[in-house]
Write a protein that binds this ligand. Structure first.
Ligand SMILES: [Zn+2]
Length: 150
């Protein structure tokens, strides 16, 4: 189990993302390292979000997190953005229930693709909002009242 623990900087960066994105204390977010997030060889990370009970489990691909760099940061930001969008996503999924079954899968695909594109674009843009190490204390100072434990 210990080898699935994320490095300390991963936890800290996720915490910085949480503050930046305004993800509230009601969320319980767990992060695990493994070799195949979501059972896939190609993805750097994945997240399972349970909006109803405010639980989220992030899996990160160990190989991509050997070092702290922009690519690793972007993956964390990406997964945290999924959590930030969770309540919107829940509403959309509830609306899908009103669609004829034949249209549901198509609608799901369309919304998922649009969401991934939005998140990818936004995570790249936000990368500049959280700087590594040196600025970390700055962010903590600015948002101390919202600080929370992952
Ligand atoms: Zn995604």
């Amino acid at each position: 189990m210990k080898q699935n623990e994320p490095p300390e900087w991963v936890k800290q960066y996720a915490q910085d993302c949480r503050v930046l994105l305004g993800i509230g204390d009601e969320w319980h977010i767990s992060i695990f390292m493994n070799d195949r997030p979501d059972g896939m060889d190609t993805v750097g990370g994945s997240v399972q979000v349970d909006t109803q009970y405010f639980n989220a489990v992030i899996e990160l691909r160990r190989d991509n997190f050997a070092e702290e760099d922009d690519e690793a940061h972007q993956i964390i930001l990406h997964e945290m953005l999924h959590i930030a969008l969770a309540s919107y996503r829940l509403v959309v999924e509830q609306l899908f229930m009103g669609l004829p079954e034949t249209m549901r899968a198509m609608a799901e695909t369309m919304v998922s693709q649009a969401e991934e594109q939005f998140i990818q674009r936004t995570s790249r843009a936000l990368l500049r909002s959280i700087s590594v190490k040196s600025d970390r204390n700055l962010i903590d100072q600015d948002f101390t009242s919202e600080k929370s434990v992952l």
